[in-house]
Design a protein around this ligand. Structure first.
Ligand SMILES: *Cc1c(COP(=O)(O)O)cnc(C)c1O
Length: 251
């Protein structure tokens, strides 16, 4: 089985999964890479190390002739380095049409130039916000791998010593209704399904993306009814904290 890592949140600035043994890395470039949600996109980075030819029955698409492409067999024609990624472009991109427009590629290129600066700020803001939340009496729990004491803190220090990302999740005491009230009272953080953006975005899954689930199903999915996902943008951290403090006061 190839190890595939979705590195959208950490970005290559904070984590380089192939150096840790990942076979394939994917990114939604719509998020931090673009930075402003201005162009939808994604990318696949193939390490070229996974040996598909050892499991031809599992990876028939790479190990048997492709009739739709002159009968070539990808592993034979392009080797380990090229088989997977060539199939992605030559066949899947051709058939599904998921090719980025020049304008979108241009916008992504602009975003990438400031990614390393923005990521530092996202991480700095998130750590400050997570620390504030952890010490707040109206917050029952906080999850942020960059926060000391988090269950993933040690792993984050190993794989992402310079910072993780700007996305935090936490529970508001009082559950579903308290979380909804909190969200409505925010003035700086915008209610959005989008995440990992220059602007602070927040989401209450139980009343938005996951609203078709009952409380039991939510728990099974690891998304409790009190959970708020808060994606710190690159605003001033004191402004973010003041906004959160004001909103919590009204809960
Ligand atoms: C948004 C997101 C995706 C999907 O990306 P799209 O650009 O919306 O298709 C995948 N992984 C993560 C972690 C995301 O946040």
């Amino acid at each position: 089985m190839p190890l595939i890592i979705d590195n959208t949140f950490a970005t290559p600035v904070n984590c380089r999964p192939i150096e840790w043994g990942a076979d394939i890395v994917t990114h939604s470039t719509t998020k931090y890479m673009d930075g402003h949600g201005s162009a939808v996109g994604g990318c696949i980075v193939d390490s070229g190390k996974f040996d598909w030819s050892r499991y031809p029955e599992k990876f028939a698409g790479l190990c048997t002739p492709d009739d739709s492409y002159h009968g070539i067999t990808y592993v034979e024609k392009f080797g380990l380095e090229g088989a997977f990624i060539t199939k992605c472009t030559a066949q899947l991109m051709r058939d599904f049409g998921c090719t980025q427009s020049p304008q979108s590629a241009y916008l992504l290129g602009l975003g990438l130039e400031s990614l390393h600066v923005r990521m530092q700020r996202h991480c700095e803001n998130a750590l400050a916000v997570a620390t504030f939340l952890k010490n707040h009496e109206k917050i029952s729990w906080v999850r942020y791998p960059g926060l000391e004491g988090d269950r993933y803190y040690e792993l984050s220090q190993k794989y992402m010593p310079n910072g993780t990302c700007g996305v935090i999740s936490f529970g508001v005491k009082g559950g579903r209704s308290a979380a909804e009230r909190f969200m409505k009272e925010l003035k700086l953080g915008a209610i959005e399904t989008h995440v990992a953006d220059a602007r602070t975005c927040c989401l209450h899954p139980a009343s938005a993306t996951h609203r078709q689930m009952n409380d039991e199903e939510l728990l099974a999915a690891g998304v409790s009814a009190d959970l708020v996902r808060y994606s710190c943008g690159i605003e001033n951290k004191d402004d973010l904290i003041a906004d959160i403090a004001d909103a919590l006061e009204k809960v």
